[in-house]
Structures are given as structure tokens and as C-alpha cells.
Ligand binder design. Structure first.
Ligand code: SAH
Ligand code: SF4
Ligand code: F3S
Length: 445
């Protein structure tokens, strides 16, 4: 007897690492309900776009992709189409208003409901659930890492965000912060180790506020520093990374745990957003330039070998040339190894959209962003040069983009290196000696 072919699920993911991991949760939920993954929408019975709403561009991309998938659906009416994730949460009404736009819509806390939403959609109704939850952490759902490299995996340790950065839509799309229980995190990481993974990245919008309370709720039973240590102690062969730290919350204790464990990667992502205390205040980031630099000094003191990366926004409301110069000077002062840089994009209903005018002209935003990118390119190169001619340990992750004779991997400092395969393959730790570098890559001949 032949078994019936399973229905096929295709997922396309936009946005941050959290979304990548959420898609893996969705794959797990749907697999339990008989779906198998496929890698092209053309073959799928159900196609989901996991969307991001953080900047207008991210949403425009999703609308564009949705139009293409809708065209596909006209050719193949059997195809069910769903929008999930942050933009689904934000734009439910708009998505529903589009005539025959999508069959189902699910927000980030509604993924357990997907099979029911699919059933509803099959009866011709719209399957919609964008309710946010105070408890959902998908703790015991084992994400299916369908698109992974078998070496490195994301593990969500918390969801939502309790901060209120004035520019940011995330608290609206992902709801209140909640921490996932410790045991389920350790079990997931152990299972990854057992199946050959060599690196995990612990994910949260603000990992420093990870906190599990004691049974009576009176004390903190596990802080982020403690969780980090527990994860690191599962295996010395497992590298541990995490993202994102918040400058107002990052503690010396976390830095000391990092210093005490060789397998916790020496790399900290500490978004500054701006170098101007005046702008930081408007952004409601709850630290000043000086406070931020004090945290940088703590990293340099406790973890001198750590790399530091950041996120920066160009052209936030009221930003003057002087504020912008302060961002450039902060970049020089810290000497970032890497930075994600964005033009400010007003998000409807955020505090900034309600209270401040998006008054920096587009061309000024572009110019400031370009100046930041040019400076960061210099800084990235400068950060890599000291590694040329020195031996560094890398974890091989896969073939380099350019050639099957070369592998790429990362150093503990999160620098990408490319090197000849030799007898190595993905998942191996090896020591290499870069012979030259670009701002983005250490290159080994
Ligand atoms: N929780 C993380 C990251 C959140 S979103 C943190 O607090 O750092 C990732 C980055 O997107 C932010 O750090 C910020 O630099 C950028 N971002 C968020 N909202 C934005 C907006 N409205 N316009 C431009 N960039 C934005
Ligand atoms: Fe957004 Fe701020 Fe929360 Fe990060 S910490 S997700 S920038 S509100
Ligand atoms: Fe991530 Fe974008 Fe949502 S950055 S949290 S997918 S709005």
C-alpha cells in the first residue's frame, strides 16, 4: 500500500532572526498536521509569507511578493495563501479588505492555530487570528530547521518587548515581553547538540531582561546571565551567541559569564540607534550617549577581546546636522566591528508618528546614511586588519558563495572568514590564518 502524498507547505520569511525561528515553529506545527515542506511556491498546497513591519520598505516588499503569489493562485486555485507575522498583526484589516487577497492571516502568537485557520479557509471562510498573548512562548514546540545549515541554529528564549522606543512597531506587532521556561530551552539546545549542531544563537528583543520568577513569584529564579551560563555548560563544543542586548539593561554579570566561558562567543550586538543624547531621549531609549559609552567601557574592561556591533538610525525626527555628527563621532569612538544602518521610517501609530514630525528630508536621510555606511566600511576594515597574518579559530558553516572549493565560517568575534576546504566540512572547528581582508571578510589563501 502506498502512503498518500502529504500536502506541501512553502514558507517565505522576511525580517529578523526571530521571524526565521518562528517560521521553523510554523513548520513544526504544520508537520504535526501532515504537511511536508517544499522549496517553491509553484509546488505548494499552502504558501505562507512570514512578514516584517519594522520599516515601510519591508512591508512594500511583502505586498509585492503577495501580488506575485496571487498571480500564481489564479493559475492554481488550489493554492492556499497566508500572511503571517508582524505585518499580518499590524495590517489585518487592510489585508482582509483586498478582494480575495489571502485565505488566512495569523499574527506571531497564533501559530498553534494555523491548522484550524487552514480548515476554516478550506470551507471558504477567511481564517484569521491576530490575537496577542501574554503567555505564548511555543516552549515545547521543537522548531523544524528546514532551511538551516545543520551547524548553527536560532533558539528563542523570550517573545515580545516591554520597551517603548518611540520609532518602533515591534511592541505592537509582538506584544508584551514573556520569558520561555529554562528547562524547555535547555532541552531544545541539548537536542540540537545531539543532532550535530555546533552553534546556537539565543534570541530575544531584549535578552538582558530575560527573567523567570520563582514559584512564589517573589525572586528571580533565572536571569539572562544564569541562563547563558547553563546553556554554555551543556557542551564545550557548542558555541553560544545571543541577540539583542539593550544598553540600558546589559549587566556586568553577563559580561563576566561571557569572560568565564570560552565557548560563549566574544561578540556583542549593542544597538546605539544614535550618538546624540537629545535624539536618544526623543527615541525613548532610556540612556544617554555617556551611559552608552560607559557600557562600551565595561565591555572593553571585562571582555577586551570582544567585537562590538550596533544598529543605527539616520534621520530620526528633528535630527540636526550636529546630532548626525555625534552619531559619526560615536561610531569612531567605539570603533564598531559591524553596524546595521537604517533610514528612519515612520511607522503608523508609534509614539514618534503620533508626537513628532518626520521632518528630515529624504535626501538628507540618504546623505547621512551614506556617510555612516562609508565610515563603517573604514571601521570594519580597521577592525579586521589586526587578524591578518594571525591564526584564528573558525567554525565552518558551509561552502562560500563563490566556490565549492572554499568554505566560510565565523570567528568567535563573528567575523566571516573564507578558506580552502582541504579535508574539512561544515561543522568543523579549524584554525586558519587570513592573508588579507575586505571590510566584510577575512580571506585565507
Ligand atoms: N530589539 C532590538 C531590535 C529591534 S528592530 C533592539 O532593540 O535593538 C531592529 C532595528 O531596526 C532596530 O535596532 C532599529 O535600528 C531599526 N528600526 C526599528 N524601527 C525602525 C524605524 N521605524 N525606522 C528605521 N529603523 C528602525
Ligand atoms: Fe523595538 Fe526598542 Fe523593543 Fe527593540 S527594545 S524591539 S527597538 S521597542
Ligand atoms: Fe522582526 Fe520585523 Fe517583526 S524586525 S520582530 S519581523 S517587525
Amino acid at each position: 500500500m502506498t502512503s498518500p502524498t502529504p500536502p506541501l507547505l512553502y514558507i517565505e520569511t522576511y525580517g529578523c532572526q526571530m521571524n526565521v525561528n518562528d517560521s521553523e515553529v510554523v513548520a513544526s506545527v504544520m508537520r504535526e498536521h501532515g504537511y511536508a515542506m517544499c522549496s517553491a511556491a509553484e509546488h505548494a498546497d499552502l504558501a505562507l509569507i512570514n512578514t516584517c513591519a519594522v520599516r515601510e520598505n519591508a512591508e512594500l516588499r511583502a505586498w509585492g511578493r503577495l501580488a506575485e503569489l496571487r498571480a500564481l493562485k489564479r493559475k492554481n486555485p488550489r493554492l492556499m495563501l497566508g500572511v503571517i507575522g508582524c505585518m499580518a498583526e499590524r495590517l489585518k484589516e487592510k489585508l482582509l479588505a483586498q478582494e480575495q487577497a489571502v485565505d488566512l492571516i495569523a499574527g506571531p502568537d497564533a501559530y498553534r492555530e494555523l491548522p484550524n485557520l487552514v480548515s476554516m479557509a478550506k470551507t471558504g471562510q477567511k481564517g484569521v487570528n491576530v490575537e496577542l498573548s501574554r503567555e505564548e512562548t511555543y516552549a515545547e514546540i521543537a522548531p523544524v530547521r528546514y532551511d538551516g545549515n545543520g551547524v548553527s541554529a536560532f533558539v528563542s528564549i523570550m517573545r515580545g518587548c516591554n520597551n517603548a522606543c518611540s520609532y518602533c512597531v515591534v511592541p505592537y506587532t509582538r506584544g508584551a515581553e514573556r520569558s520561555r521556561n529554562v528547562q524547555s530551552i535547555l532541552r531544545e539546545v541539548q537536542a540540537l547538540i545531539d543532532s550535530g549542531y555546533r552553534e546556537v544563537t539565543l534570541l530575544g528583543q531584549n535578552v538582558d531582561s530575560y527573567s523567570v520568577r520563582s514559584d512564589d513569584g517573589k525572586t528571580v529564579a533565572c536571569s539572562f546571565a544564569q541562563l547563558l551560563e547553563k546553556v554554555a555548560m551543556l557542551s564545550p563544543a557548542l558555541r553560544v551567541r545571543f541577540s539583542t542586548s539593550h544598553p540600558k539593561d546589559m549587566s556586568d554579570e553577563v559580561l563576566r559569564v561571557m569572560a568565564g566561558h570560552r565557548n560563549i562567543c566574544k561578540s556583542i550586538h549593542l544597538p546605539a540607534q544614535s550618538g546624540s543624547s537629545r535624539v536618544l531621549e526623543l527615541m525613548n531609549r532610556k540612556y544617554t550617549r555617556e551611559g552608552y559609552l560607559e557600557r562600551i567601557a565595561a565591555i572593553r574592561r571585562i571582555l577586551p577581546e570582544s567585537s562590538i556591533s550596533t544598529d543605527l538610525i539616520a534621520g530620526f525626527c528633528t535630527e540636526t546636522e550636529d546630532d548626525h555628527q555625534q552619531t559619526l563621532s560615536l561610531m569612531r569612538e567605539v570603533g564598531y566591528d559591524f553596524a546595521f544602518m537604517f533610514m528612519y521610517s515612520e511607522r503608523p501609530n508609534t509614539k514618534a508618528a503620533r508626537r513628532y514630525k518626520d521632518d528630515v528630508p529624504e535626501e538628507v536621510k540618504v546623505q547621512r546614511l551614506n556617510e555612516m555606511i562609508a565610515l563603517q566600511s573604514e571601521l570594519s576594515l580597521k577592525a579586521k586588519l589586526p587578524y591578518v597574518g594571525k591564526s584564528v579559530e573558525v567554525l565552518a558553516e558551509g561552502f562560500s558563495k563563490k566556490s565549492k572549493e572554499q568554505l566560510f565560517g565565523r570567528t568567535s568575534q563573528n567575523m566571516v572568514a573564507v578558506f580552502p576546504c582541504g579535508s574539512h566540512s561544515a561543522g568543523d572547528y579549524l584554525t586558519v590564518t587570513p592573508t588579507r581582508c575586505t571590510p566584510a571578510t577575512l580571506i585565507c589563501a
